[in-house]
Design a protein around this ligand. Structure first.
Ligand code: URA
Length: 436
């Protein structure tokens, strides 16, 4: 087989065999196929696409390129969840203990944040003492004992995806549905999931800006799941504003605790129940979505959900006192209000700008190795649909910085992220569609 022939085949719209795809992925991983040939092939995929069968074969080739987690020692159906990334998205912190409290084991590996979106692992590390590093044995033992473990991605999972994603990033080949779908699904498959619930964000703050594109991506991922025997459900959800009110690590932990007690923001609570209910159905704990929703509401109402969070924090060495006293979480030196300059109704909040503002305060990293400050961030005081008057506080900046000029610049950025209109905007659904 020659790489040049495979590039030509794809360029001319041909359908590649499983062997040809494996040849490309294996050769790229072991250094036999150079970047320039792989980027030519990725560009051909961007133009010509891939069939569902090819996409599944690409996914499996990438999943097999490194270590694959074997979770068979954990009892029950292991259902993973994945979000395509949003601002203020702390759903894992809520859904994982919620679903575990309702009886489905959650063995989850998560990542850190980069750029304007946060990462679950950084949020967990805002809890004093919480240890995200676990050996494979400890991870499995903890899930069997407590029904739940949340750890940092370790080992050598999907090296092909890491290498190919890095290349796509600099060759304008990220925006291809089969390449995105296989990239995401290969990681879920390698981390041992039996079934997968996907939260595909759509809108201004999302990776996929249009509903049509998001549905297409969701369909491609559900089709991969079907082809490789991992039942997959995808929810298309609104990212026209950040999720909940809080953006920033400790602030998001606090909001997650409130949500597990039943006192969280309406959008966050609704999304967590929806994602969790699909997990319970896939995990065979509930016969249908309605039954699953009531099991989750019961887990919140009875206190089982918050008790499960406490159990998780304890099992991973964290300070459980934060659950009853969130004042023990890292804090900020000052709170700076951001003031509305016009009146009307909030029509849109640009999630990406808010994410960048939080990063500038120190809540996120601009580069992979940058340090973060767990106590800082932004709390939105007004959300889409809310009426505002001149002089109202629309958000609070939780800051450590003494640099007033910098804080002023961040406040202006947050102000600019709000689009205010005369008329109240039409209400958009939080969950646009469910793809099965
Ligand atoms: N996220 C991924 O993991 N991969 C992509 O290709 C795009 C977004």
């Amino acid at each position: 087989m020659r790489t040049v022939d495979l590039i030509r085949k794809k360029r001319e719209g041909g359908e590649m065999t499983a062997e040809e795809i494996a040849f490309l992925i294996d050769g790229y991983c072991n250094g036999e196929i150079p970047d320039y040939q792989m980027s030519a092939w990725a560009m051909a995929v961007c133009f010509r696409g891939m069939t569902a069968r090819e996409t599944a074969d690409l996914t499996l080739a990438m999943a097999r390129s490194g270590e694959q987690m074997d979770l068979s020692a954990i009892r029950g159906v292991k259902v993973d969840k994945h979000s395509t990334g949003g601002v203020g998205d702390k759903t894992t912190l809520i859904v994982a203990p919620l679903v575990a409290a309702a009886g489905v084991p959650v063995a989850k590996m998560s990542g850190r944040g980069l750029g304007h979106t946060g990462g679950t692992i950084d949020k967990l590390e805002a809890i004093p003492g919480f240890n995200v590093e676990r050996s494979r044995g400890q991870f499995i033992e903890q899930v069997n004992k407590h029904g739940l473990a949340l750890v940092s991605q370790s080992g050598n999972l999907t090296p092909a995806d890491k290498k190919l994603y890095g290349l796509r990033d600099v060759t304008a080949t990220v925006e291809s549905i089969p390449l995105i779908a296989s990239s995401i699904m290969s990681k879920k498959i390698a981390s041992g999931a039996d079934a997968i619930v996907l939260d595909v964000k759509t809108g201004g703050g999302a990776f996929m800006k249009t509903l049509e594109g998001s549905i297409e991506l969701a369909q491609a991922m559900v089709a991969i799941g079907e082809q490789v025997g991992r039942e997959t459900v995808a929810l298309i959800t609104n990212m026209d504003e950040p999720l909940g009110f809080a953006i920033g690590n400790a602030l998001e932990v606090k909001e997650s605790i409130e949500t597990l007690r039943g006192n969280g923001p309406a959008d966050l609570q609704e999304l967590c129940i929806a994602l969790g209910a699909h997990m319970l159905v896939l995990g065979k704990r509930a016969a249908d979505f309605e039954e699953a929703q009531s099991l989750l509401r019961e887990a919140i109402g009875s206190g089982a959900a918050i008790a499960k969070l406490r159990e998780l924090i304890d099992a991973q060495g964290g300070d459980i006192a934060v659950v009853d006293d969130t004042g023990k979480l890292p804090g900020a030196a000052k709170v700076v209000p951001v003031i509305a300059e016009s009146k009307g109704f909030v029509a849109h909040i640009d999630a990406e700008s808010i994410g960048i503002a939080a990063m500038l305060l120190g809540a996120g990293r601009a580069t992979k190795d940058a340090a973060i400050d767990y106590g800082v961030g932004i709390v939105l005081r007004k959300k889409v649909g809310d009426p505002i008057a001149e002089g109202d506080t629309i958000a609070d900046l939780y800051a450590q910085q003494a640099d007033e000029k910098m804080l002023q610049e961040i406040a202006v950025r947050v102000q600019a992220a709000y689009r205010v209109e005369w008329e109240a905007p039409a209400r958009k659904p939080l969950v646009y569609a469910v793809v099965t």
